[in-house]
Every structure is written in C-alpha cells, then in structure tokens.
Design a protein around this ligand. Sequence first.
Ligand SMILES: Cc1cc2nc3c(=O)[nH]c(=O)nc-3n(C[C@H](O)[C@H](O)[C@H](O)COP(=O)(O)OP(=O)(O)OC[C@H]3O[C@@H](n4cnc5c(N)ncnc54)[C@H](O)[C@@H]3O)c2cc1C
Length: 454
Amino acid sequence: MNKDIIVIGAGLTGLTTAFHAKRQGKDVLVIERDDVPGGQMRSHREGEYIFESGPSTGVVSNAEVAELFEALQGDVEMDVARPSSKCRLIWKGNKFHPLPSGLKSAVTTPLFTLKDKFRILGEPWRKRGTDPNEKVGEMTRRRLGKSFLDYAVDPFLSGVYAGDPMMLPTRVALPKLYNLEQNYGSFIRGSIAKAKMPKTERDRKATKQIFSAKGGFGSLIAALVKHVGNENIALSASNTTVTPTADGLFEVKYTDASGNAVSLTAKKVVTTCGAYALPDILPFIPADEMRKISSLVYAPVIQIGVGIKDVERHHYKAFGALIPSKEKKDVLGILFPSACFAGRSPEAGETLAFFIGGIRHPEMLEWSDEKLTALVNDSLHSLLKYPASVKAEHIRIYRHKHAIPQYQETSDERYATIDDIQRRYPGLIIAGNLRGGIGMADRIRQGTEIGSEA
Ligand SMILES: Cc1cc2nc3c(=O)[nH]c(=O)nc-3n(C[C@H](O)[C@H](O)[C@H](O)COP(=O)(O)OP(=O)(O)OC[C@H]3O[C@@H](n4cnc5c(N)ncnc54)[C@H](O)[C@@H]3O)c2cc1C
C-alpha cells in the first residue's frame, strides 16, 4: 500500500504534521509506539482535578499556535491564563519572593544584590560577547551579575530546560536572547527595538499569552486525533523501520497492535520521536553518523500532580514557584495550574504540579513512589507553608526519562548531520524536539511547516 506521508510518533509534532498534511489532501498514516496518542502531552482526570503528566502551559509565541486553535475551533478551545499568572515566585532565604516585574519591585526585591541592581543600569553599554559557545550562565554573569544568574536565570532554565545554565550555550539554547546581544549589543536595547518594530496582522497573533486547552492538553490531542482520523493512526506499533527504495520512495515496516507485520511505501517519511529512538528506525544510516544525532542528552523530569481539597482557592495567585539550585532543595519548582485556569480542581481546592530531577539530579528518577510522596507532603508545609491541616487528597507521579533535550554545543553537529541525511534522502525529514525548539509552540510551528509543505 502507498501513502503520501508517514509520520512516526503521535505526539504534538507528529499530530500537527499529520493534521496539516491531511488538510493538503494527502494520504497520511501516523505510526505510534504507545497505545495512546499524545506523547508527552496527556491529561488525567481524577474526580474534579485535572493533572497533566507533561506540559501544563505553553506560550503563544508564534502565530502557528493561534492558527492551530482557530483551525480546530469547535473541537478544542484555547484557555488563556488569568492575569495573576504573570507573577512568578523565587525561593530565597526560607520563603518565596515575587520576581520583579517593574522598576519599584526591581529596586526593593531581596533576590538581587544592590551591586547587581546598579549593574543592570549599565547593561545597554556592556561589551558584546565574542564566544559563540558562551554558556547562558557565563553570559548572564558577564552582562547582569551573579545574583541575576543565581536567582533569575538559573531557576528560569530549571523551569524551561530542567537544565544547568553552565551547560547550555546561549546561541543554541536561547537563540532569541543570543541574537538580542549580537544584533543590538544589549538585551535591554534589543528588547526595546524589537517592541517598536512594526507588526503584521499575523505577527500580532503571537500574543505571548500563557495558554492551555480547556479541560487540559489532552483535549488538544483529542481534537487533532479527530481531524487526523483514528483510522490513520496506528497505535501500539513496534519494530518500526524505514528503508529507502531504489525508486526514491521509503519502505516503512512495523508490527501492528495485533502482532501482524505491516509493510508500506511512502513518498515522504517524517520522524518526530526522540533522538534515542532513531538508530532502530533508520538502520541504513551509518552508526558513526547516527551517533552525532542520537548522542543528544535528555534531562529526566518527574512531574507530580497534587490535588488538595480544602485550601482556600488561589492560595498562591501566581503561575508558579521556582527554587534556585543554590538553595539546595529537592524540588525544582511548583506550578499552580488551578490558579491559572478554571476547572482544574474542586471549588475550594487546588491543583499543584511539582517538578523534580532535571539534568543535575537524574538519580531521582529512581526514587520510589513512597519517597517522592513523602517529599511532596513535606514540601506542602516546608516550601508552600500550608498549615498542618492541609493534606494532599491525590498524588499522581509521572516519570519522564527523556523529558527535555539539552541543546548543548553538539547541536551544530547534529543539525549539520540531519541536513546532510535529508539532502541524500529527499523525502526523509528528521523532526521532533531534537531540533527547532523544545517548547510546545516550537513543536506546533515545526509540525505546521512540515505538514503544510507535504
Ligand atoms: C514534564 C514535562 C513538562 C513540560 N512542560 C512544558 C511546558 O510547560 N511548556 C512547553 O511548551 N513545553 C513543555 N514540555 C515540552 C513539551 O511537552 C514538548 O515540546 C512536546 O510535547 C513534544 O512533542 P513531540 O511530539 O515533539 O514529542 P513527544 O511528545 O515525545 O512525541 C514523540 C512520540 O514518538 C513516539 N515514539 C517514540 N519512539 C517511537 C518508535 N520507535 N515508533 C513509533 N513511535 C515512537 C513516542 O511514543 C511519542 O508518542 C514539557 C515536557 C515534559 C516532559
């Protein structure tokens, strides 16, 4: 049987690709290893609580996100976070402090030293960096000072990459920030210049709002599945391999959910799974070459959904709270999804999401459920300062071995290798979060671009 396009992986990237390819009238098949679609994006309902095992929120950082929700209108609705979600909390000296959002709070915050507060005034005149592999941590220290590194950028990178600012080069991990310095000589000057730039109607769709989907991200996945069609998604597929044929097509083989061997040909194959899965899927790529892609390091993350029944609603009116590595706690951060979105918990209750592990503590992935539960129960009081009477009603633990790819210096080699393979095998596209950004908005953009060109 022939297909126009076969997509491997039914996560956000794969389903978005398939959705757009189908809109172009293409005959699409998505092959997925798991028995449910969604990849990292799954919502779990527990009574009146909604827990996300993967992402809880995204940022409408490009038009493609808004356009995807527009195209899925009627099947899923974007949920925009309440204005209070602009507030982010940072732990220092045994309590949480709001990250400054204006001049007054920037002057009075205890998070940064007085010297660094003055230092930031000189940021627009500081020399431009010359090392293309300078790490985010080094760049921050050079331009803003050590306290900004410790109490703003370190927790920010924990929240986004579950990563270490001393391991991630700004150029590949935070390219927008890198370009601000390279193109404008300063973050501040660059941000002001960018804000003044004329915006097209489409640019304005990138509202930068924090979003989820009504009912949780599972409903975005369900809407994409509805449009792609269950009949075009092969779940529980194993032993998937791709081989180029002599006539410029690809033979895709897999074992289906019933154990039958399936063989198909396609003009185009898009892989959207993690780099670690590629050696088995693309066995015709020489091992030395493949290693340049599959060596990508992933930070493990344990996400723990917590439902609390009797806590005053919106106890924390904030997006979330982050704990700098310097403070040496076992928790990376805590999100407050029910403070951001309605319908995530019972009326007087609260839904929390704890994040644990990350690149600095991969060993925590092996912690038992009992140990993780004890950590969360203790943190409700030691970190969040809830009264002793407040107890978790539900605790749900989700372990992700390959949670967030770490875009390190090896990224250049990975991108060049992918480009070279794609040039040699036209029609093969190696996509997914191994390139093009780690967040949902990046995934939607990549899937939209690939699917629309199909
Ligand atoms: C705990 C956590 C929190 C996050 N928080 C945020 C957040 O707040 N904001 C944000 O923007 N992003 C966040 N992210 C990132 C976001 O979840 C991802 O960007 C996005 O879901 C990745 O989608 P994807 O389709 O590229 O990959 P995946 O979701 O990993 O999908 C890949 C799919 O490929 C399948 N697959 C793998 N191997 C094979 C094979 N051999 N054959 C067939 N199928 C295969 C997998 O089963 C999977 O379904 C978070 C991620 C995690 C883990």
